[in-house]
Design a protein around this ligand. Sequence first.
Ligand code: DTR
Ligand code: ZN
Ligand code: ZN
Ligand code: CA
Length: 438
Amino acid sequence: MSLSVSRRLAAVTAFAVAGLFASTAPAALAAPSAATAAPTPPDIPLANVKAHLSQLSTIAANNGGNRAHGRAGYKASIDYVKAKLDAAGFTTTLQTFTSSGATGYNLIADWPGGDPNSVLMSGAHLDSVTSGAGINDNGSGSAAVLETALAVSRAGLQPTKHLRFGWWGAEELGLIGSKHYVNNLPTAERAKFAGYLNFDMIGSPNPGYFVYDDDPTIEQTFKNYYAGLGVATEIETEGDGRSDHASFKNVGIPVGGLFTGASRTKTAAQVQKWGGTSGQAFDRCYHSSCDSLTNINDTALDRNADAIAYAIWNLGASTPVPPGPSFENTADVNIPDSPAAAVTSPIMVSGVAGNAPATTKVDVNIVHTYRGDLVIDLLAPDGTAYRLKNSASDSADNVIASYTVNASSEVANGVWKLQVKDVAAQDVGYINSWKITF
Ligand code: DTR
Ligand code: ZN
Ligand code: ZN
Ligand code: CA
């Protein structure tokens, strides 16, 4: 058989992967019961997202220059978002709370349908600081989540999970609104959450592409999306506990999200990946009056809005994280009998940004007349060996199996090898094919 190293996005298939969905959370993104592929997510029109930002900017201008908790601009912002969702068929609830002597508001919007015992929620804080309109912080997250919710309505999406959306008040005062929401969720309701996705500052003018590294399934979903764009991502490190996802994580709900950076400065190495200006803050107008309509990077906002849709469409379906790119070698490689040396079959991986995932999948197809003779390893490009199969007293023929390896410390691009050694006399065979999926 000829060597065919082919890169292809694996078909979205359902597979339960031990540990992938292990979670302390009540109802994690569980392995699928029925293998139904996720529908293709739509493009979220940047123009629509920016139209929402323009509305929020006008609201601030008409209400003292900000959209802060307790101010008229915040209530006007909530009313704007609620009206859009009511018109689109969502079931909306305005939740009030008091903070610093002022009434605060959370807006919760439920998309009718889906499994009420498996809730996927997406959210963003809608309040700004008092110094400005808060267009990047956090009009960007609020507008992108709003437009994605409206896209759900336009598509008439009927996901397996129940979709819920939230816009939080008084985040800038200390996650007050989201804490109020979570604290008032009965324990039984919390247990129904499959996950909470948070979007706070996703259009920074000098953007980075940061992915929260809390829940591995959610993290991998976003990394797969960006891998598909060929855009490198980094783990978000500026914010553990500094945005609304912390309220959910604190009660054991799986969380994830995206972030384009605040007051930290972009390094030269990051400029190599993402462009922009090194030595300059990701958002020079963080918590300042200049956080206005001009304080947005359109490419970052567009990509992140589409990432939200990708995550909701995929995580909302019963299939788990769709596999990333896969590579295969179908060349036959003879496996000489013991005590011969091990043999290897190489695969050159290219075009995969970043590291391999914690759920790197290896599919093996070996023809052999006594599979118990075989010891099988995955060799990473740097030579690190990951044991897939030990020898055993197992006289059955052939090894046709899938293995999952936590190769997250390995750079994805490079030559990966399947190494096979026959460690017991008699019986021989050959590597028929093998495939690695990121
Ligand atoms: N607390 C956010 C800004 C912020 C700082 N670090 C992170 C990390 C992830 C999300 C947001 C943030 C605010 O000022 O609203
Ligand atoms: Zn802020
Ligand atoms: Zn924020
Ligand atoms: Ca043998």
